[in-house]
Design a binder for this molecule. Structure first.
Ligand SMILES: [Cu+2]
Length: 519
């Protein structure tokens, strides 16, 4: 990996940030404490050993590529709970059921500090992988939590402050799939007809090694963009299918690239699930914009195609805004030519290779979603507002950047209350290029939320009907969400999931306070 160390120095994570003001008194938080944490009655249904480790994997023809990879083993529980993808740097797919108790003994075998975040899972603050819990090389962190999410496609990735971008880029990411009774009842394609597809872009040097950012600030402002589109860690991805219905689970696992997904032949996408699981009913779109960290599940029925047919899932061209990877990302700063954000290309090819007589019918009803009501929000008359603005050559939230333990007074919420949060991506800000804006995929830790309304939208590529943990805001847009801070008090993150933005500090803590707890 190029520039990892350099990155660490440039961003000056950890110590310096900790020393700054506005700190909440927390017990000295570290992995060491968690190491001894099983002094309790936690009896896991699924117990996994997971490590982050250097590895080599074939990606392009010729030399293997040096990567960092999650590798796992089932210590206790169903051995099928861990599935390692073939020829992939991606971590094992972890499968669990709602209600199961899961222990994950995570070991850091790589050369940086790191910690694992369970993206989309509703877990206690100390199990969420906040960067204050980073562990050094050689150390371990034990996660123990009950799976309380509904069935859906969640994922896991590192979350150390300032170096999440290079670590995810280097290969550290995996899926965490949850199933439940409601999903079983929906009658969806399962087993070999249920296919995870992780989309990521990468850049390689002449010896097939990964190339990250050159270290130029302007590249970080845009975010990493690679000219190879990989699916499950492989280029030119091809999926052989039977002539029947499939469930395709898509994760945009890219650092900053947005995909405008569509079938090349113009048939609409049939979407059955978003970040937080199944929609109530399937919806159709001609295309969908999928921002970094977002998930989308497609119903793809190939029964009308004769054997030998080929279909292509593409990313259509779109306008990514002023810094979305056009001019600023390349020519202006003399950076090497890359595939800009918003360029069109094919993502994967589906080939119908065999006939199957039976298919499944698309269920008209998939699941039940209990709707939050704006009228029930404690701040319905005064939504919390978050302006996404550039200040002094840094992306900020309300002009602030991340400090390890800092929480401002307007970042404190009450346990078990419903709130309206509004993210505003309409420019503003100070300093050189203060008026610029570009896409920001905003992510809340700990909670799934519902989209209340969007403004400023000039396309039809969103699926806001279901549960979300990450929402994409294109330039000019603003969005209101409804979120309930249920069950777990403590310090959680909200941030931009453009990983280079996140690493430069476009991330903040919010604190869920429990007023009834004795201090
Ligand atoms: Cu951003």
């Amino acid at each position: 990996m190029i520039n990892r160390r350099q990155f660490l120095k440039v961003t000056g994570a950890g110590a310096a940030a900790l020393a700054a003001g506005g700190i909440i008194p927390l017990a000295k938080a570290a992995g060491a404490g968690a190491l001894t944490n099983p002094a309790n009655n936690f009896n896991p249904d699924l117990d996994i050993a997971l490590k982050a480790t250097p590895a080599e994997t074939p990606v392009l023809p010729g030399n293997p590529t040096r990567v960092w990879s999650y590798r796992g083993q089932v210590v206790k529980g169903d051995p099928a709970s861990l599935i390692h993808l073939q020829r992939s740097y991606l971590g094992p797919v972890i499968r669990a059921r709602t209600g199961q108790k899961v222990r994950i003994r995570f070991t850091n075998d790589v050369a940086d500090e790191t910690i694992v975040h369970w993206h989309g899972l509703h877990v206690p603050a100390e199990m969420d992988g906040h960067p204050r819990y980073v562990i050094a090389p050689g150390e371990s962190y034990i996660y123990e939590f009950e799976v309380r999410n509904r069935a859906g496609t969640y994922w896991y990735h590192p979350h150390p402050h300032g170096i999440t971008g290079p670590q995810v880029y280097g290969g550290l990411a995996g899926l965490f799939l949850v199933s439940d009774d409601e999903e079983n009842a929906a009658g969806l394609p399962a087993g070999e007809y249920d296919i995870p597809l992780v989309i990521q872009d990468r850049a390689f040097d002449a010896r097939n090694q990964l190339v990250y950012l050159s270290g130029h600030r302007m590249e970080q402002m845009t975010g990493f963009l690679g000219d190879w589109i990989l699916v499950n860690g492989q280029p030119d991805f091809s999926l052989p299918v039977a002539s029947r219905a499939y469930r395709l689970r898509l994760l945009n696992g890219s650092n900053s690239r947005i995909y405008k997904l569509a079938w090349q032949d113009g048939q609409p996408l049939t979407i059955i699930a978003t970040d937080g699981g199944l929609l109530e009913t399937p919806v159709q779109r001609r295309y969908v914009l999928l921002g970094p960290a977002e998930r989308l599940e497609l119903w793809a029925d190939f029964s009308k195609y004769p054997v030998g047919s080929e279909l292509t899932l593409v990313s259509l061209p779109f306008d990514a805004g002023a810094m979305g990877g056009g001019m600023m990302g390349r020519g202006m700063m003399g950076a090497e030519s890359v595939l800009p954000n918003g360029a069109g290309f094919s993502i994967l090819r589906v080939t119908v290779t065999r006939r199957e007589q039976k298919t499944l019918a698309l269920p008209q009803r998939l699941a039940t979603i209990s709707r939050y009501r704006e009228a029930d929000a404690v701040n319905r008359k005064n939504p919390r507002r978050f302006q996404l603005v550039m200040q002094h050559m840094a992306w900020t939230i309300n002009g602030r950047t991340f400090r390890m333990l800092e929480v401002a007074s307007d970042e404190k919420v009450r346990l078990n209350t419903l709130e309206v949060w509004e993210f505003i991506n309409q420019g503003g800000g100070m300093g050189m290029m203060g008026g610029m804006n570009m896409p920001h995929p905003m992510h809340l830790h700990g909670m799934q939320f519902q989209v209340l309304e969007r403004q400023g939208v000039r396309h039809e590529g969103y699926v806001d009907e279901g549960w979300k943990d990450t929402v994409l805001l294109m330039p000019g847009e603003r969005i209101k969400i409804l979120v309930r801070f249920a069950d777990y008090p403590g310090l959680f993150l909200y941030h931009c999931h453009n990983l280079e933005h996140e690493d430069m500090g476009m991330m903040r803590n919010y604190l869920i306070e429990n007023p009834s707890a004795s201090v």
